[in-house]
Ligand binder design. Sequence first.
Ligand code: GLC
Length: 417
Amino acid sequence: MDADKIDRQARRILRGNDRGGYTVPTAGLYPYQWNWDSCFAAWGFSTFDVKRAWFEIHTLFTGQWDNGMVPHIIFHKRADGYFPGPDVWQVDRVPHTSGITQPPVAATLIRSVYDADKHYGRVHMELIYGRLVAWHRWFMKNRVEEGMAAITHPWESGRDNAADWDAALENVDGSNVGDYTRCDTLHVDAAMRPSKADYDRYLAIVQFSRGVEWDDAEIAANGPFRVADVGMTFILLRACRDLLHIAAELDHYTGEIEGWIKTLEAGVERHWNPEGFYDSLDLRTGVFSGAPGSASFLAWYAGMQSEDLLTLLTDILDRTQFGIASLDPRRQRFDALRYWRGPIWPVVNAMIGLGLAEQGHTLLAAKLRRDTQRLIAEHGFYEYFSPLDGAPAGGSSFTWTAAIWLAWAGPHARGRL
Ligand code: GLC
């Protein structure tokens, strides 16, 4: 492997996807700024251009709503070839945004960017700190139920069509959404993307929330989809721990954040499915999703320990290559190349690997990092990959895959947050 050459390619991808202050996940398929992709992009930039990393974060927060929510897409400039665009979301602000959020990895990755740049970073941290707190406060007030983080749309989870949402989506009526034209399947083979029936339901949920003008209380009470997402709970808990660290460093009050951490730690226990893994839970019916997927293994990243989970992880790793499949391959719904129903995502490998290392599972963490390194070196900077043979899928020249190489997976990467 020519590591210098791959490093150069990764940097070229980040520069190439830069649209002037924000990075698109990949040209064509995703032509705007996506929330968590952007935070990972900042982490990648921080390895060679820390000023650009801060710029990425600031542009993300230009999309923050008055209520604190940071949306999942910021439509800074016009772009063709994406659906649903601003005219579908109808959010009354500029820059235009979607109406839902995404996993709050920001505090965690910003903390890492700050570590790479303590001197100038401090002023950026001071500017961003209040915005981070406002976003977390919005989560705790509007989305956390019994200590678990709820999502109101599958896209909020970042794992768009994961098996976790199947049962809850069955209860969403997608029959009245009207005509529309998808764009994703113009860019990528339809067999690798969510199905039409799923898409109808995704739009029905958007139409409901838009109809109540994105009123959080109304969405909580009557929205057609409300699932306690195990991935979201773990990521939010982890982010609160990093926010607490930042608060202490900047001499801010910490009591409120400490309270959030306690609430979420209690919530984690409710995610435990007695079948033997952390699971998502339909808040409308109280039923577990029964889908042991990669999100379950974010437990270590969130600071938890679990021997049962370790056994499940090694069982799954024995059956796959290159890291953690988005769904246990022994499950019937497993589909090696369909988006979040089987494929490996380097970004998820990274989060799980970081957590394992921090919790002392050093060998497993090192294996995950090595496997991700080999995956990208052999198969390229794609969006996702088959866990059976590493076959690449989805978009190419993908921003967060390049960022993961530079910050975590590559031989020259720091390999930790
Ligand atoms: C897909 C993924 C989501 C990601 C976005 C842009 O929607 O499911 O996690 O943020 O693409 O890469």
